[in-house]
Design a protein around this ligand. Sequence first.
Ligand code: SAM
Ligand code: SF4
Length: 328
Amino acid sequence: MIDPFGRRVSYLRLSVTDRCDLRCTYCMAEDTEFLPKADVLGLEELARLSAVFIGLGVRKLRLTGGEPLVRRDIMRLIGALGAHVASGQLEELTLTTNGTQLSHHAQGLAQAGIRRINVSLDSLDPALFHQITRRGELAPVLAGIRAAKAAGLAVKINTVVMGGVNDQEIDRLIAWCGEEGHDLSLIEAMPLGAFSTGPAFQPLPLSVLRGRLAQRWSFAATDYSSGGPARYVNILQTGRRLGFITPLSHGFCESCNRVRVSCTGRLFLCLGHETGTDLRQPLRASASDEPLREAIRQAIGHKPEGHDFVARRANRQPLARTMNHTGG
Ligand code: SAM
Ligand code: SF4
């Protein structure tokens, strides 16, 4: 799958549910209404759709949500997708999770062929963690991360940085990741969802934060890439990597190899554009995969060159679509 700008699409982020047990302020409104079950793809449909994408050249598949581990029987899907890793068709199967259910699933994830996962963690302070997630308990998440490590999974921590909320926490997170042996990626909060223009939404350019961090930590350049949008440095004091995901202050679109499919089967060619292609209709209309393949090929031919988050933020026009629908 090659898009009009010559970029090879080999990375699929698949949202398996819009539901979540947390309500992070930058991701969901407190009173979010979840989709009717009939609108959401079934586990078999998700497995079939994934197989079609793999047949078209996807080599890396990340499950996301909502919270993927709150979806009932999710381990069935993960097992089915793991078979593509075992057969060598898929180079990597991975997952982004909030970690609340990780203690129960870490072993199963490792057995299914998952080697590394991303866990979102915005603070090591229980009260602040509870405030940002509007309901979360920190202890089970930390226990889940320990369980993942014990199961042999490499854990990367993802932290959304909000000025005046958790930007003072980053030194502590860097030190903790060093002690625990995790890489860390810092993410600029993106304007997604109507609520993201409110006071809780205070994106801080990571270039500013990086300057601040550099006063305490020594960074060494590295050209390491995990195949995603993060740009990394090595931290000399901890020996771990620190990634910067900077959609607002520094675009990463020129090397974009990703597409996303929402839990309703909508294919989004770019996180920053509303337009998408419905794959649920061809998926449900025919037992043959050909109409689905054709819909995907056509859509890839319209992948936009890049997002326009900067203009959207300046004009206070966030995307109506929220992260829990699209999948982060
Ligand atoms: N529930 C899982 C989790 O939190 O890791 C997976 C889904 S979540 C939508 C995926 C990632 O998107 C998380 O790392 C989260 O912090 C990030 N995210 C959500 N809303 C965001 C926003 N407005 N800007 C930047 N990142 C966001
Ligand atoms: Fe849930 Fe993840 Fe969104 Fe937080 S960021 S509300 S954990 S989906």
